[in-house]
Design a protein around this ligand. Structure first.
Ligand code: BYC
Length: 327
């Protein structure tokens, strides 16, 4: 007879082999509790970020300068709601409860990305969010399409396709503004100056200060370190800035012939810690709006629950009724 310890060891060995062979872990499979908890933490934070991330750009839907820009922005913000929903569903495959995850966000017990705690002051911010924030999201999330947990990796495939459209719409908006007036060009440069450093912070603390990285990389949830992804983002974005005709606000930014990559300055890590802890320019506003939206949606949740209960009662009656009774 197999003892509980031996069974646990066998499960662990099978899990380790799955990871070593670069195969996917699926919801039906045994997994270590710490792996499951790490995934729920990361996926929930990611989902919350998509939902809170609707706010900064959503604020410009009623003020978009043309019908075309309004339609594009509407579509983008709706996509973000969709991303949140795929991700909450992925978390549910790990046994998490969506209502509980939402409660954790609303009570400040779970995080969301620091980047959404900065204000969108002009319409150029909409373009820069598309270019930088969605660009950073692509750098971070394309490798997550190969994440070891199947439902997360599969959700990422569609999300990345949509992020790619988001990034292009942002860049195209900025190209249009740069072809406009001096005032419009100044608006773009100002938005670039404000969003550059917070965008670099999206990738998380430096590797030397990233407590979750070692385990997440060993489990192949994360495929690259925070610093490597930040560096890829800089390498990708600098030529785009040159083409656009804007300056990135980093005096240390320069091409390094030897490494074949760009060297760049150090973000203000104390600012990242402050924003993560709730003390960013818009944390209070974002959370207040999220709580308000949740309260406003209570009747929809109640109606959906009542409807589901009614359907279940009907199904039960039908199952009990003799054939042909017509219930
Ligand atoms: N903001 O050990 P570390 C989007 C936390 S949505 C806040 O390196 P990890 C979009 C971290 O959670 C973009 N918190 O952690 C939507 C951890 O705290 P806990 C969202 C941060 O998990 C709308 C602690 O700091 N993307 O693209 O190994 C419109 C230590 O960090 C941040 C994702 O969520 C931060 N920036 O690595 C447009 C991607 N950075 O949990 C666009 C998925 C770190 O221990 N997530 N923290 O209390 C990831 O790839 C990883 O979770 C991270 C952090 C790279 C973010």
């Amino acid at each position: 007879m197999t003892t509980p310890d031996a069974a646990e060891e066998e499960h662990q060995a099978r899990f380790d082999a799955t990871i070593a062979r670069d195969q996917r872990v699926e919801p039906r499979d045994w997994m270590p509790e710490a792996y499951r908890r790490t995934l729920v933490r990361q996926i929930a934070q990611h989902a919350h970020s998509e939902i809170i991330g609707m706010q900064p750009e959503g604020a410009w839907i009623t003020r978009a300068p043309s019908l075309r820009r309004k339609a594009i922005l509407f579509a983008k913000v709706q996509d973000e709601a969709g991303h949140g929903l795929y991700l909450y569903s992925a978390a549910e495959t790990l046994g998490a409860d969506r209502a509980d995850l939402t409660a954790r966000l609303i009570e400040g017990r779970q995080k969301y990305s620091s980047i959404f705690n900065y204000p969108t002051v002009t319409f150029a911010d909409v373009g820069v969010i598309g270019w930088f924030v969605d660009g950073a999201a692509i750098c971070n999330q394309v490798p997550l399409c190969r994440s070891s947990y199947g439902p997360y990796a599969r959700a990422m495939v569609r999300i990345c396709k949509e992020e790619s459209f988001h990034q292009r719409q942002g860049y195209e908006l900025l190209l249009t503004m740069m072809r406009g007036t001096d005032a419009q060009r100044a608006m773009v440069q100002d938005a670039v100056d404000r969003w550059w450093w917070p965008s670099l912070m999206m990738f998380g603390p430096p590797d030397s200060d990233s407590p979750n990285s070692a385990a997440s990389m060993a489990w192949k949830i994360k495929r690259h370190s925070n610093d490597e992804l930040r560096r890829r983002f800089v390498d990708m974005t600098v030529p785009q800035a040159e083409k656009l005709g804007v300056t990135l606000p980093d005096p240390e930014l320069r091409w390094n012939e030897e490494s074949g990559r760009y060297d760049f300055g150090t973000p203000d890590w104390s600012e990242l810690q402050r924003v993560i802890k709730g003390d960013g320019p818009c944390n209070a506003e974002r959370m207040a709006r999220r709580r308000e939206a949740h309260a406003e949606g209570a009747w929809v949740r109640e109606a959906a629950t009542a409807h589901a209960a009614k359907q279940a009662r009907r199904r039960a009656r039908r199952a009990e009724a003799p054939e042909g009774a017509g219930v």
